[in-house]
Design a binder for this molecule. Sequence first.
Ligand SMILES: Nc1nc2c(ncn2[C@@H]2O[C@H](COP(=O)(O)OP(=O)(O)OP(=O)(O)O)[C@@H](O)[C@H]2O)c(=O)[nH]1
Ligand SMILES: [Mg+2]
Length: 469
Amino acid sequence: MEDTIAAIATAAGEGGVGIVRISGPRAVEIAADVLGVPAAKLQRSVRVGWASDRAGARIDQVLAFAMRAPASFTGEDVAELHGHGGSVNLGKLLAAVVERGARVADPGEFTRRAVANGKLDLARAEALLEVIHAGSDRAWRQAQDNLGGRLGEEATALEQRGLVVLAELEGWIDFPEEDLEVQSAAWIDGEIAALRDACGALSDGFRHGRAVRQGLVVALVGAVNVGKSSLLNALVGVERALVAPDPGTTRDWLEVSDTWNGIRVTLVDTAGLRETSDAIERRGIELGEQRVASADVVVVVNDGVAPWDDGRRHGTRAVVIRSKSDLLPPPAGDHGPLAPPVASIGAPAAPIAPPVVTPSASPVSGALATSATTGAGLAELRRAVLAAGGVADREGSESAVVTTARQHTLAVTARDAFARALTGWRDRRPPELVAIELREASAALARLRGVDVGDRVLDELFARFCIGK
Ligand SMILES: Nc1nc2c(ncn2[C@@H]2O[C@H](COP(=O)(O)OP(=O)(O)OP(=O)(O)O)[C@@H](O)[C@H]2O)c(=O)[nH]1
Ligand SMILES: [Mg+2]
């Protein structure tokens, strides 16, 4: 039999009220004893009474009620004492409960019991944690959607579809003499492909979800004097970074936070890149590069004067722009995509020429033209940055999202297993082998919502919860 656990369920510190929650077979009996009433008197309706310790000394006047199993959060008998807030007061209430036989709960133990008792699937338990930790509207919305069961339902639906395909295939394995109809073969092909894509979309949503919860770090990089600091100021609308016509103005990296489309964006300005004999500037460039290495998105700034930087070394994180577009000659007709300036081809990052801006180089195709002076292209830049960070365009266009590394790994496992099943199917491998892959995919989807998850995974997950949840 489970023991009875108790904890302060409200945030530490001062507050109007604070709650001690008790769950387990003796929960109601213990709470009633704290109030000095028979257990039968403690029910769903709220009761006012004095809580006392076992020696009979009064502690606090409280509201108390009880919920009988299984109609409670944990699925066990639960009682709550609502006292006045404050850590000393609540500490004494909790002590009065513990001295009557309850044990102080581990972090997340209430939720863990709820999962064990089938009140909550694991995906929803994880979402509960995200709801509590949500730091922005979008993060909160996403968490509430999953708490409402969105992710679990999606995983269940995909698992079911996978199992239907598996059944079809197994029928064929059992009765190979009955040739599989052409129609049925095409259907199997289409279903497996669709399932692979759906699991792919689910796993791709991880980056989006993480950006929504944690925000994006966006670094501005480029040669000296290309306009990085000006761009940072223009993007956030505050004169945060120093701007000057001499190259090497920014020697340290600095960051500013802003909110774009509900996503917290931390912009990092870095020291312009150039060969330099100045040890301090060199160290500044180094530190900037470390910051860039861990950025989610890298905005590569070109002013058309310094050798063109295509940003390729930053991979898909790169957003390449052509700055100071106000200095470009006005477009006279459509030139079509232009080649990069000749200087950039194979040219090493040479010391930069004096900052006489000769707008010789037009934007290379694919490079976004921006101007910190006129604000041209900034809205497009913000959009491009969010897209490179994996953020879906609009709130609401978000499908079910995996939000934890655990969920992400399982979505990837399912996607890969469906992909292998599809390859096997199309290569006419024995159906038994295809069936193995389908079973693996379905098992991963089942684990996603919490079936057959080992104790170690549960320990890790619930350790992230606060005590009292
Ligand atoms: N016309 C025009 N000038 C700009 C624009 N952006 C920056 N500048 C000018 O370019 C010069 C350099 O700008 P910064 O923003 O300091 O350039 P930076 O890349 O931060 O330079 P470092 O910190 O030295 O690496 C300044 O004289 C700015 O006024 C722009 O959009 N249009
Ligand atoms: Mg600068």
